[in-house]
Design a protein around this ligand. Sequence first.
Ligand SMILES: CC(C)(COP(=O)(O)OP(=O)(O)OC[C@H]1O[C@@H](n2cnc3c(N)ncnc32)[C@H](O)[C@@H]1OP(=O)(O)O)[C@@H](O)C(=O)NCCC(=O)NCCS
Length: 191
Amino acid sequence: MAQLSAPRHTLRLTLRPFDIDDLDALTSIYERDDVNRYLYTKPRTRDEVRESLQRKLSQPFEIGEVNILFVAVVLRDTNQLIGDFMLKWSANEHQQGEIGGSLHPDVHGRGLAAETYRELLDVGFADHRLHRICARCDARNTASIRALEKVGLQREAHLVENEFVKGEWTDEVILAIRRAQWETQRASLER
Ligand SMILES: CC(C)(COP(=O)(O)OP(=O)(O)OC[C@H]1O[C@@H](n2cnc3c(N)ncnc32)[C@H](O)[C@@H]1OP(=O)(O)O)[C@@H](O)C(=O)NCCC(=O)NCCS
């Protein structure tokens, strides 16, 4: 089922389901040019963000075999919502997942995306028994690629001008980590 059974805590963050009261904080993220720079979207109004929040609130979210877990990322010390992440997977024999997300620019560069991704990998591999988890980024999105590499994802592909996004041809990078690599990584962290 695509739902966190309980909030999950990392050193600095709580990962929890979204709430209708998250609208203002979520709008303060998605109304910005810089956040949308490498996303498919343009800066969004409060009403547009409300629509996407309502979609997140309709969890458990499943379309056919595809499950999407939407995760609100909150700073533990202030209880402020700073991020919107997801883990998506298909309930079939391929056991493939995908992670992605955005943080408010006020907290960029503090390792919080990596901290969130690490927790989502645990959810995907430990709870949902996935075999491989990937991420897709605009090839110019250095911060995103770096945060994913920090938690062990490796570049598998660089697709050249495979998409036409907001008026220009763009390259896409695909990164991924397999269960065996995640297990090795976890064992070395526990040592
Ligand atoms: C992608 C995103 C979540 C990363 O958040 P973050 O807080 O910067 O991530 P982290 O601090 O965990 O890691 C970022 C890493 O990239 C590095 N980095 C950031 N900008 C960089 C740049 N322009 N060039 C090189 N490295 C860069 C940081 O130094 C850090 O690496 P380090 O810890 O080794 O120093 C954030 O930039 C974001 O929300 N962007 C807007 C939405 C978006 O593009 N989402 C991703 C869609 S695929």
